[in-house]
Every structure is written in structure tokens, then in C-alpha cells.
Design a binder for this molecule. Structure first.
Ligand code: HEC
Ligand code: HEC
Ligand code: HEC
Ligand code: HEC
Ligand code: HEC
Ligand code: HEC
Ligand code: HEC
Ligand code: HEC
Ligand code: HEC
Ligand code: HEC
Length: 308
């Protein structure tokens, strides 16, 4: 409605005249207003003033499906999330809505999530409040842009942008020489992680790292006649799933990778250091995996040393 547009226009003028601190103070002033305690008569009351695209788009998405009795549209409308807004709608200058839901204020992250959990607490998000995210004061709306028609985090290709905004080290990893095809949208963070929380560690989608990898690299599960202990144990002993400067996502280059564990093998354990290297035509200039080609395990009757 014109009312709000005028208020906004006025706001812009005030802000452009005043210094930044003045603008911040204005937002704080609103937060200091008393919260409304009674509900209004529905969405239309709110959209009288909040008629811009950002505010109204939400009612054309899943939250606006009035035919579905579980949605905000079928219950308290805007106030399903924002809480009572009756006094605010009548006297916007003197009252605010009960829940503004904005910002990254650490104290209120759980409170902001609770609003959503009222409806989403029994579905895929049921572990959220005990997740690493919730415990680190990340709320639903720090990832989800519920008012937008295209919530970036719901799209596999744009999702990563949202995640690496906070996880800067994964952004660096993603651009390394060897990496999963995340930038291409073929693999997404959520193929391996459940950002809403999970039972296992690191919010992995499966109980362990290995089970997570087997989803796509099933051949590495075996069973093998001859197993290589660290492979069954934890793929990340040798691979960094987020990216590496070494070939094949390896945490180190062979022979160094292998030598972290195999120091005293009968033959050239330490290719570049041991006295027997000079006499060993096997090792010089070659990686361990030139001979030990099946490091993940072998089913060959004489594959005990993973060479076939
Ligand atoms: C008479 C006009 C008017 C009506 C009706 C109205 N609002 Fe507002 N609302 C405003 C103004 C003005 C602001 C403050 C600044 C801005 O948006 O730029 C505001 C701010 C808000 C904010 C931001 C947080 C805050 O309090 O500063 C939310 C959320 C909000 N309104 C929700 C609602 C909801 C939900 C309803 C319906 C119950 C509603 N509004 C009805 C005018 C109105
Ligand atoms: C599903 C929950 C939900 C519903 C329903 C909802 N909102 Fe919001 N709203 C939020 C969240 C979360 C934020 C803060 C962050 C953001 O913008 O996503 C917000 C922010 C806002 C803001 C402040 C940001 C701005 O644009 O200045 C306004 C105003 C607002 N909502 C108005 C409304 C109105 C009007 C409706 C009904 C047409 C509505 N909201 C329905 C969750 C909701
Ligand atoms: C009044 C109940 C209610 C509240 C409150 C609510 N939601 Fe929803 N939400 C639903 C329903 C119902 C759906 C659609 C069915 C479904 O996917 O479960 C939905 C769908 C969604 C979707 C999927 C959107 C899509 O495009 O597929 C997201 C994301 C979401 N909600 C996030 C939130 C967040 C974040 C909040 C809190 C700011 C919130 N919801 C608050 C009921 C609610
Ligand atoms: C760390 C970022 C992050 C946070 C925090 C987060 N989500 Fe999500 N959410 C996602 C991503 C990513 C997807 C897409 C999932 C996929 O592709 O498997 C998603 C999908 C959804 C969906 C649609 C699919 C489904 O599982 O039904 C809903 C609904 C949803 N989230 C609600 C919520 C609610 C409610 C909260 C807070 C309790 C929340 N989310 C917190 C990142 C987040
Ligand atoms: C191919 C699977 C996979 C993909 C894709 C993936 N991760 Fe991970 N992530 C893991 C595994 C496995 C661990 C546990 C690593 C360990 O034990 O060292 C982990 C650990 C983490 C950790 C905690 C430990 C650390 O290194 O800081 C964060 C944060 C993380 N991942 C974020 C992300 C983000 C953000 C994305 C998307 C850009 C992503 N991950 C994509 C598998 C994956
Ligand atoms: C608003 C900032 C923010 C966003 C956005 C965000 N995270 Fe996080 N995430 C955190 C914080 C803070 C922690 C807890 C501290 C840490 O381990 O870095 C965390 C923890 C994690 C962990 C667990 C780390 C562990 O050690 O167990 C994983 C996995 C993770 N995030 C993945 C994701 C994915 C995937 C996305 C995108 C869908 C995402 N995060 C989006 C802030 C964020
Ligand atoms: C969602 C499916 C998916 C999951 C889960 C997955 N990967 Fe991958 N992985 C891929 C794809 C796709 C490629 C690229 C294959 C190609 O380019 O031919 C790949 C490639 C690799 C490569 C070879 C990289 C190179 O440089 O050629 C390694 C090593 C690898 N993954 C390890 C892992 C580990 C370890 C895990 C578990 C933490 C894992 N992957 C989980 C899909 C997945
Ligand atoms: C002992 C170290 C080690 C462990 C543990 C390990 N890998 Fe590897 N992986 C390697 C090496 C070395 C290569 C490079 C292969 C070569 O040069 O022949 C490789 C290559 C790969 C490749 C790409 C080439 C191919 O064989 O498809 C994938 C995928 C892969 N590993 C997945 C996994 C998965 C999944 C796990 C856990 C089940 C795992 N790795 C555990 C050392 C390891
Ligand atoms: C995280 C530690 C670790 C890493 C890294 C590692 N291994 Fe192993 N490897 C083991 C363990 C443990 C065994 C089983 C115990 C044993 O027989 O020494 C084993 C067994 C073997 C065996 C069979 C020994 C036998 O007599 O049965 C070979 C061959 C082998 N590893 C080669 C390699 C190669 C090649 C690499 C590098 C690509 C490598 N390993 C990396 C821990 C590791
Ligand atoms: C030129 C081929 C070749 C290269 C290179 C090579 N190996 Fe071997 N390796 C063998 C052969 C052949 C055997 C089995 C012979 C034996 O039983 O003595 C073996 C046996 C082993 C064994 C099991 C025997 C034991 O001593 O426990 C381990 C462990 C091993 N190699 C690790 C490595 C590591 C680590 C590297 C890299 C630093 C490496 N190998 C490089 C050919 C090679």
C-alpha cells in the first residue's frame, strides 16, 4: 500500500541524510518496541502494507497452499511464523510483531528455530535442535530464505554458495586440483551431510564415513578376500573428500601416504631414505601403487599384498 511505500521512501531519505549509525539505531528502536499480543484477521491485513514482492512471494509457495491444512496459509497466515501482529497492524509505529525472525543474533537462534519446529519438528528436521548447527547458534533462516520464490539452499547447484559463505575452508578445498565435482553440481554437500543434523558424527547422511562413501563407490565395500585394514576402517585415512592438492583426493602423495603407516616393511618401506633403496630396482622413481595396484583390497587368491 502507499502507506508503507511512503514510509520506506521517507526511510531512504532519512538514512541517506543520516550517518550509518543512525540507520542501525532506527532498527534497534523497532526491536525495542513492545511486541504485539493479539492476532489480526489474517494475511490480508498484513499485505495491506507489506505488499512488496519479498513479503508476498511466500504466499505463492508451499507455505501459501491454503488447501493443505498444515500450512501457515491454512492456519494463522503470516502470524504462524511472526507471532501475533494485531497491535502492530493497527499501530505500526508503536508495536512490532512478536517474532521478527531476522538477524544472526546468537542468543535467539534456538528461539527462531522453534518457530519453524512447531510445524517441522516431526519431519526431516526432527534432529535439528541437537545438531552441530543449532548448537553453534545457526537458525533455519540463516540457510533458508523462506520469503523468496527461489530459496538458494534448496537447489543443488546454488546450495553450495550458502554453505561456503560460512564454511570458508571448504570453499578453498572445493577449488583444489583434485576434488569431487561439486562446482559442476554433480555432487552436493547434502549428498554426504544432513545440515538438519544426523545421528552419526559430522552430520553425515549415513552412520559412518565409509557408509557415506559406499552410497556412490559401492565397489570399495568389498567383501575382499584380502582386506586392507585402513580402507575398512575409514576412507578419510587416505582421502580428503572435500578436495586435495594431490591426485585422487589423497591426503598425501605415495610413497609418503603409505609410509605414514608402513615404515619397516621387509622391502623398501622407505623408498627414498632406506639403505636398501640403492640395491632395489623395484622402488626408485616409482610410487608404491605402481606395484600395489589394488590398495582397496583384493579378491585374487594370491592378492595378499594387493598387487593383483
Ligand atoms: C499499517 C501498515 C502495516 C501493517 C498493517 C502491518 N505492518 Fe508490518 N511493518 C510496517 C512498517 C512501517 C514496518 C517497519 C519498517 C519497514 O518494513 O521498513 C513494519 C515491519 C514489520 C516487520 C519487520 C520487523 C519489525 O517489527 O520491524 C515484520 C516481520 C512485519 N512488519 C510483519 C507484519 C505482519 C505479520 C503484519 C500483519 C499481522 C503486519 N506487519 C502488518 C507496517 C505495517
Ligand atoms: C514460514 C514462516 C514465515 C511466514 C509464513 C511469513 N514470514 Fe515473514 N519472515 C520470516 C523469516 C524467517 C524472516 C526473516 C528472514 C528472511 O527474510 O527470510 C521474515 C522476515 C519478514 C519481514 C522483514 C524483512 C523485510 O522484508 O523487511 C517482513 C516485513 C515480513 N517477514 C513480513 C511477512 C508477511 C507480511 C507475511 C505474510 C504475507 C510473512 N512475513 C509470512 C518467516 C515467515
Ligand atoms: C504452520 C506450519 C509451518 C510453519 C510455522 C513453518 N512451516 Fe515450513 N512448511 C510447512 C508445510 C506444511 C510445508 C509444505 C509441506 C512440506 O514440505 O512438509 C512447508 C515447507 C517448507 C519448506 C520447503 C519449501 C519448498 O519449496 O519445498 C521449507 C524450506 C520450509 N518449510 C522452511 C520453514 C522455515 C525455515 C520455517 C520457519 C521460519 C517454517 N518453514 C515454518 C509448514 C510450516
Ligand atoms: C545449514 C543450513 C540449513 C539449516 C540451518 C536448515 N536447513 Fe533446511 N535445508 C537445507 C538444505 C541444504 C536443504 C535441501 C536438502 C536436500 O537437498 O537434501 C534443506 C531442505 C529443507 C526442507 C525441504 C526438504 C525436506 O527435508 O522436507 C525443509 C522443509 C527444511 N529444510 C526446513 C528447515 C527447518 C524447519 C530448519 C530449522 C529447524 C532448517 N531447514 C534448517 C539447509 C538448511
Ligand atoms: C563426498 C562426501 C562429502 C561431501 C560432498 C562434502 N563433505 Fe563435508 N565431510 C565429509 C566427511 C566424510 C567428513 C568427515 C571428515 C573426517 O572425518 O575427517 C566431512 C566433514 C565436514 C566438516 C567438519 C570437519 C571439517 O573439515 O571442518 C564440515 C564443516 C564439512 N564437512 C562441510 C562440508 C560442506 C560445506 C560441503 C559442501 C561444500 C561438504 N562438506 C561436502 C564428506 C563430504
Ligand atoms: C550461518 C553460517 C552457516 C551456514 C550457512 C552453514 N553452516 Fe555448517 N556450521 C556452521 C557452524 C558455526 C558450525 C559449527 C562449528 C564448525 O564445526 O565449524 C557448523 C557445522 C557444520 C558441520 C559439522 C562439523 C563437525 O565438525 O561436525 C557440517 C558437516 C556443516 N556445518 C555443513 C554445512 C552445510 C552442508 C551447509 C549448507 C547446506 C552449512 N553447513 C551451512 C555454520 C554454518
Ligand atoms: C553422491 C555420490 C558420491 C559420494 C557419496 C561420494 N563420492 Fe567420490 N566421487 C563421486 C563422483 C561423481 C566422482 C567423480 C567421478 C569421475 O569424475 O569419474 C567421485 C570421485 C572420487 C574420487 C576420485 C577423485 C579423482 O581425482 O579422480 C575419490 C578418491 C573419491 N570420490 C572418494 C570418495 C570418498 C572418500 C567418499 C566418502 C567420504 C566419496 N567419494 C563419496 C561421487 C561420490
Ligand atoms: C590406504 C589408503 C587408502 C584408503 C584407506 C582408501 N583409499 Fe581410495 N585410493 C587410495 C589410493 C592410493 C588411490 C589411487 C589409486 C592408484 O593410484 O591406483 C585411491 C583411489 C580411489 C578412488 C579413485 C580410483 C578408483 O579406484 O576408483 C576412489 C573412488 C577411492 N579411492 C575411494 C575410496 C573409498 C570409498 C575408500 C573407503 C572405503 C577409500 N578409497 C579408502 C588409497 C586409499
Ligand atoms: C592408516 C595406515 C595405513 C596406510 C596409510 C596404509 N596402510 Fe597398508 N596396511 C595398514 C595396516 C594396518 C595393514 C595390515 C597390517 C599389516 O599386515 O601390516 C596394512 C597392510 C598392507 C599390505 C599387506 C601386508 C601384508 O603382509 O599382508 C600392503 C601391501 C599394504 N598395506 C600396502 C599399502 C600401500 C601401498 C599404501 C599406500 C597406498 C598403504 N598400505 C597405506 C595400514 C596402512
Ligand atoms: C616394484 C614393485 C614394488 C614397489 C614399488 C613397492 N612394493 Fe611393496 N611389495 C612388492 C612385492 C613384490 C611384495 C611382496 C614380496 C614379499 O613378500 O617380499 C611387496 C610387499 C609389500 C608389503 C608386505 C610385506 C611386508 O613387508 O609386510 C608391504 C607392506 C609393502 N610391500 C608396502 C610397500 C610400500 C609402502 C611401498 C612404497 C613405499 C611399496 N611397497 C612399493 C612390490 C613393490
Amino acid at each position: 500500500m502507499r502507506n508503507l511505500r511512503l514510509t520506506r521512501l521517507f526511510g531512504v531519505i532519512v538514512v541517506s541524510l543520516a550517518c550509518q549509525a543512525g540507520g542501525a539505531a532506527a532498527a534497534e528502536d523497532r526491536a525495542a518496541l513492545p511486541p504485539s499480543t493479539t492476532y489480526s484477521e489474517g494475511v490480508k491485513v498484513c499485505t495491506e502494507c507489506h505488499d512488496d514482492e519479498h513479503a508476498t512471494a511466500i504466499m505463492s509457495g508451499p507455505h501459501g497452499m491454503a488447501a493443505d491444512p498444515r500450512t501457515p496459509a491454512a492456519t494463522k497466515g503470516c502470524e504462524s511464523c511472526h507471532g501475533p501482529g494485531g497491535e502492530h497492524a493497527r499501530q505500526e509505529k508503536k508495536f512490532r510483531v512478536a517474532q521478527t525472525l531476522e538477524g544472526h543474533s546468537e542468543e535467539d537462534a534456538a528461539e527462531r528455530a522453534e518457530v519453524c519446529m512447531n510445524c517441522h519438528g516431526k519431519t526431516a528436521q526432527k534432529h535439528f535442535l541437537t545438531s552441530e548447527h543449532s548448537r553453534a547458534d545457526v537458525a533455519c533462516s540463516d540457510c533458508h530464505d523462506v520469503h523468496s520464490r527461489n530459496d538458494k539452499v534448496l537447489n543443488r547447484v546454488t546450495q553450495t554458495e550458502v554453505c561456503v559463505d560460512c564454511h570458508q575452508d571448504q570453499k578453498a578445498n572445493m577449488n583444489k586440483f583434485s576434488r569431487h565435482p561439486i562446482r559442476e553440481g554433480k555432487v552436493a554437500c547434502t549428498d554426504c551431510h544432513n545440515p538438519h543434523g544426523a545421528k552419526g558424527e559430522h552430520m553425515l547422511v549415513e552412520a559412518t564415513t565409509n557408509e557415506t562413501c559406499y552410497k556412490c563407490h559401492a565397489e570399495k565395500r568389498g567383501p575382499f578376500l584380502f582386506e586392507h585394514e585402513p580402507v575398512q576402517d575409514d576412507c578419510s585415512e587416505c582421502h580428503n573428500p572435500h578436495g586435495s592438492v594431490n591426485d585422487q583426493l589423497l591426503t598425501a602423495r605415495p610413497p609418503f601416504l603409505c609410509q605414514q603407516c608402513h615404515n619397516d616393511t621387509r622391502h623398501p618401506g622407505t623408498v627414498y631414505a632406506n639403505a636398501n633403496v640403492a640395491s632395489s630396482n623395484r622402488a626408485i622413481g616409482r610410487g608404491c601403487t605402481n606395484c600395489h595396484t589394488n590398495v582397496h583390497g583384493s579378491n585374487h587368491p594370491s592378492g595378499v599384498t594387493f598387487r593383483r
